[in-house]
Design a protein around this ligand. Structure first.
Ligand SMILES: Nc1nc2c(ncn2[C@@H]2O[C@H](COP(=O)(O)OP(=O)(O)OP(=O)(O)O)[C@@H](O)[C@H]2O)c(=O)[nH]1
Ligand SMILES: [Mg+2]
Length: 399
């Protein structure tokens, strides 16, 4: 691998959360297997020995693996850490589980705050702040967001960029998948208004310093959930997502209105300003929640079954250097985890390591870390005031 690189190394820390049994651990292994070709030799670290090996079992406690990745195609270098967590379980323990995860995420922000507050900072200190949470939606009960997922993503969205994922996509038909996606999008964005990654708040204040574009969108009369603009692109039908030919026109039209506006606005920015970030965001919003499929594992070793790429007719997946594919064999077909026609693993890899990496880091810094810092300063100030007041009370002479 080339040693000369144009960009300095950046780091990316992601956490995988969701209901028990929805495919988080197998996804973690599949992603690590997928990026193995970019791994710098000797850079692999794990929180305890052999966490990615052995038969798949329910995850009992949080673990992490880290590696340095170098993609020669774009000369990017990334210090990557992925953290897999114990599955969420409905019932009395859920509060405890969510509390633990919230504390864990806050603790990473706290570590940066402590480091930043030092007079002499350690420039080599590793930044452990979490840049994204891949949240696996529970699709076992059919359409609609269950209370557990709603509670979890509401809580997590105030601390980290939440990217929703549908795992085990091979177990759902195209029509079921499209319906699940549409229902999720409507519920999260139009009904509960949960600020997942990518949902910018479109209130009046946001437009103040962007006068040039105001006229393009101004129309307050629409039923937009508070969004003060209406790009004509929407009514022209430019936007249709999740666009699935197996859905009727009616079903396709039932997509989230908030997302339609947001996507149309970003599309406008992308075209008008040739803005790559806006373009990347449009692509993400049109396809979210992303769907993934984990490889078929050998039951005793947990390692991927060896499936040769020869004879596969798609030819678009198969990113493994040795001519094998990461996939699953069914009597009627072979599923290729890296084929964009089968699932969104490649889209996710591109999102994390290329098109959205900077946006995720920036959001973490500006949105979540800043908020955490301000909250901590305010609570410190309140504590100081209480101390001063109680001292003053003690010193007052009793009349
Ligand atoms: N068909 C199919 N099965 C999968 C997929 N991903 C995981 N599985 C299977 O689902 C079961 C649970 O997978 P895990 O990856 O352990 O699920 P998990 O979410 O980590 O479970 P917990 O650790 O208990 O939270 C295993 O038997 C996997 O083989 C997938 O994409 N497709
Ligand atoms: Mg697991």
């Amino acid at each position: 691998m080339s040693k000369s690189r144009k960009e300095p190394a950046s780091n990316l820390n992601i956490i995988v959360i969701g209901a028990t049994g929805c495919g988080k651990t197998l996804f973690t292994r599949t992603l690590c297997e997928r990026v193995k070709g970019y791994q710098v030799q000797g850079s692999f670290r794990e929180s305890s020995p052999h966490v990615l090996q052995g038969p798949l079992e329910p995850t009992q406690e949080l673990y992490s693996v880290s590696m340095q990745l170098e993609q020669s195609s774009n000369q990017r270098s990334t210090s990557f850490t992925i953290i897999d967590t114990q599955g969420l379980v409905k019932g009395v323990a859920l509060g405890h589980q969510l509390g633990f995860l919230a504390k864990y995420i806050d603790h990473q922000l706290e570590r940066s705050l402590i480091e930043e507050s030092k007079v002499k900072r350690n420039t080599k200190a590793y930044d452990t702040r979490l840049h994204a949470c891949l949240y696996f939606i529970d699709t076992q009960l059919g359409d609609g967001l269950c209370d557990m997922d709603r509670l979890a993503i509401e809580l997590l969205s105030s601390r980290v960029n939440v990217i929703p994922i549908i795992g085990k996509a091979d177990t759902l038909s195209a029509r079921q998948l499209a319906r699940q996606k549409a229902t999720f999008r409507r519920q999260v964005f139009d009904i509960y208004k949960i600020p997942l990654y990518g949902l910018v708040t479109l209130d009046d204040d946001d437009d103040d310093d962007d006068d040039d574009d105001d006229d393009d969108y101004s129309n307050d009369d629409q039923d937009t959930g508070g969004t003060p603009f209406t790009p004509t692109d929407i009514s022209n039908g430019f936007y249709l997502s999740p666009s699935d030919p197996t859905l009727s026109e009616d079903e396709n039209n039932q997509d989230s209105s908030t997302l339609k506006f947001l996507t149309a606005m970003l599309q406008h920015v992308a075209e008008k300003e040739a803005n790559d970030d806006a373009r990347a965001m449009v692509d993400y919003l049109k396809n979210m929640p992303l769907v993934v499929i984990g490889y078929e594992e050998d039951e005793t070793t947990g390692q991927p079954l060896v499936i040769m790429a020869d004879g596969m007719d798609s030819g678009t997946g198969s990113n493994m250097a040795d001519g094998t594919i990461l996939g699953r064999i069914y009597p009627w077909a072979v599923v290729d985890c890296c084929d964009p026609a089968h699932c969104d693993l490649e889209r996710l890899v591109d999102l994390l390591f290329s098109s959205h990496g900077e946006m995720l880091r920036l959001d973490t810094l500006k949105r979540f870390y800043e908020q955490y810092r301000i909250d901590q300063l305010l609570s410190q100030r309140v504590e100081d005031m209480v101390t001063v007041k109680s001292k003053a009370n003690q010193q007052q002479p009793i009349l």
